[in-house]
Design a protein around this ligand. Structure first.
Ligand code: AMP
Length: 421
């Protein structure tokens, strides 16, 4: 099957061929024809599946085929949970749309940066707007963004829109859209919040379920687990960086404090490293990501919030310095490598205290990884007695959290504990 046989025109097939897309991925095969004929889609697809092109290519095709007039009402509205994902989508529009005879105008509407340039860019309209919810609403309130003529709504990473607390903003935005429109909903997982939204939003949707939340192909990602005492993890990471020729490595930690701390320690040891977390300014986040993608820094130390949805071409290794609290996030994390047919390795550091949690991650995701030890880093710690496994929410099963537990969790999550009212 080819992109042309799915109904895409030359301008688009040429652009994707140049990007090295030999053939459509399963989600693209399933979604492109439906989107082209104007149908609604509910797709279970995670980053790495080719979902962005699955909605963008037919969207660009439809916009190309029905050019707008000189006043450009927003015809496609793409709502996403994070600024990075929004920026990546705009970049993809530019890549896919480069041979279109009449260029499509795409605007980015995201927070963390001044609204003025976005307001200016929106003057005279735009064909496509890629937005995060808060800024989209701000721009609507400022009369800079009008959504009354949207033909297609895309919700990408819908589960994340909820988990990041955007339900209110989402509802307010949906109320501004015309009743008759096409809706495309992409989500890695379908918790009740997303299912309810899908039922409310979608008209006779085509359901696409290509990966069912499974782990990425084992041929592409080698998973490893190294047992190490928690205080020695930075040293072990340094050693791994010395012994492997990885061009760059994405390292996940549990808190912004840990991100800054580990990045600083590596930098001091002469390894170019930087941190990426939600507390950085948008400028700093963009810079960190650009430096990492351009391989000016070798190690990006990131929290889950900042790293979700990142698309880094040819990333050879992911290291779980801290394990993810949620078992689902493990799949998201390791999916940053082994993408688009390239091999990658995902290494998890497991200490006596996190062994039980890693077992839960294995169980929930239906895999098992042999524990390794690295010479010179053999673990000496034993698990604290009576440390039952953490559940998916980071709670401790079978007993109430002590004050200390709460403090520990808050420290790991990088925010102060909630006070009792
Ligand atoms: P996504 O799931 O949209 O984040 O895409 C994951 C990565 O796969 C991106 O780097 C895309 O450029 C790439 N990609 C998307 N579609 C294809 C395809 N048909 N063939 C090869 N690579 C692709």
């Amino acid at each position: 099957m080819t992109f042309a046989s799915l109904g895409l025109s030359d301008a688009l097939t040429r652009a994707v061929a140049e990007l090295g897309y030999d053939e459509p991925t399963p989600v693209q095969r399933a979604a492109i024809p439906v989107v082209l004929r104007g149908g609604d889609v509910q797709a279970s697809a995670k980053t790495g599946s080719g979902k962005t092109a699955a909605f963008l290519l037919p969207l660009l095709e439809a916009l190309r085929a029905r050019p707008g007039g000189s006043v450009r009402p927003v015809r496609a509205f793409i709502l996403v949970p994070t600024r990075e994902l929004a920026a990546q989508i705009v970049e993809a529009v530019q890549q896919y749309g480069r041979y279109l005879k009449k260029p499509l105008k795409t605007c980015l509407a995201v927070g963390g940066v001044s609204a003025n340039p976005q307001m200016l860019a929106l003057r005279g309209g735009a064909d496509i707007v890629v937005a995060t919810p808060g800024r989209a609403l701000d721009l609507v309130e400022q009369n800079a963004l009008r959504l009354g003529q949207v033909e297609t709504l895309v919700l990408d990473e819908a589960d994340r829109l909820f988990s990041l607390g955007f339900a209110d903003e989402l509802n307010r935005l949906l109320a501004l859209l015309p009743a008759r429109r096409q809706n495309l909903l992409f989500s890695a997982t379908f918790p009740p919040s997303v299912r309810t939204l899908a039922e409310r939003l979608l008209q006779e949707p085509t359901r696409i379920d290509v990966d069912e939340g499974e782990l990425p192909s084992a041929d592409l990602i080698v998973q490893r687990a190294i047992r190490v005492d928690a205080p020695r993890r930075t040293m072990l990471l340094r050693q791994l960086l010395e012994t492997h020729a990885w061009s760059h490595v994405l390292t996940f930690v549990a808190s912004r404090y840990a991100a800054d701390h580990v990045a600083l320690k590596l930098s001091r040891a002469g390894i170019p490293a930087t941190s990426l977390h939600g507390e950085l300014s948008q400028g700093a986040r963009t810079q960190a990501l650009a430096d990492f993608k351009a391989k000016r820094v070798r190690v990006l130390v990131a929290t889950d919030v900042a790293a979700r949805g990142l698309d880094i071409a040819g990333l050879p290794a992911v290291v779980n310095y801290d394990l993810p609290r949620s078992t689902v996030d493990y799949v998201h994390r390791i999916g940053r490598t082994g993408r688009a047919g390239e091999q990658g390795v995902a290494i998890s550091f497991v200490s006596a205290d996190t062994e039980a949690h890693f077992r839960l991650i294995e169980k929930r995701n239906h895999f098992a990884v042999a524990r390794e030890q690295v010479a010179g880093f053999e673990p000496t710690e034993t698990a604290a007695p009576a440390a039952p496994p953490l559940d998916v929410n980071g709670g401790v099963k079978g007993r109430r959290k002590s004050k200390k537990d709460k403090l520990r969790e808050a420290a790991a999550a990088g925010h102060p504990p909630k006070r009792k009212p």
